[in-house]
Design a protein around this ligand. Sequence first.
Ligand code: SF4
Length: 312
Amino acid sequence: MVYKYVYGPVPSRRLGRSLGVSLIPSKTCNYSCVYCQLGRTDHMTNTRQDFFDPKEILSEITNAVKENPDGIDYITFVGEGEPTLCKSMGYLIRETKSRTNLPVAVITNGSLLYESSVRDALVNADIVLPSLDAGDEETFLKINRPHKKLNFWAVVNGLKEFSKMRSGKLWVEVMLVKGLNDSEGELEKIAKILEDVKPDRVYVNVPIRPPAESWVMIPDEDAIVKAHEILHGYIIAEYEEGDFHIENSSQLYDEILKICERHPMREEQIRNLAKKLNVNADEIVVKIKNDSDVKIIQYRGKSFFVVKPKRV
Ligand code: SF4
């Protein structure tokens, strides 16, 4: 079945087989990160609201879980932007946990944790994965290009407050961009903040998928290793391993498009999927290359397929 809000399970470098739930319209965010794999933010907002009917989202989650009884490690609330902008996030986490018994993860930029309602909404998630790419306001403005109402130190304080009250794990991700936040000085500032936040894990990531700005570069290897030392982080600078989960070959093309709306796919991943389902991979690849809704981006020697954003 092709869903509107739910996709996958997709292989995730941190969460295994992750059933993705997208709570907001494409590129709706309060940041416009230079490395964003979804392109520049064209709907910048800092106002929380229900963009879609939460009951419909919940019903898709329960149906998708029934279809994949043993194939999901985490139900992951993400977004084609910032998922905590969804006002019903707390309700959705609570209901998903009680209806499915599966652990829930939230991938967020963490910026709204300065609001107590957002901290309360996320408190029951099994893992919250916020990002922290800067150690001061100046770098924050350069790398995350936030909504004008956001203040870096308020964001940091929100993260610290949430860390104290959380019941699940806190895994902070630091995305490194060459020349912006990969110097020892910048990394030390991030490390200092993390000392107070006290996350359970730190992940050091690099832009492995096509970024919003073409000048964004992956740091040199020695800078990545230095970041690992300074931040005491796990490095996740490789492409994810594992298969995307699609059972029904008759809907393969639509399912691939759904995934590419949220998660750029590499040509080799599409070919592997087609092969697994005994579908002619060349036909699928030719079709997607000629699809006017799809953008092909060459990045680091690989072709990525991205569905152009649609407004709701
Ligand atoms: S990377 Fe995340 S936080 Fe940054 S602009 Fe993209 S969706 Fe928003």
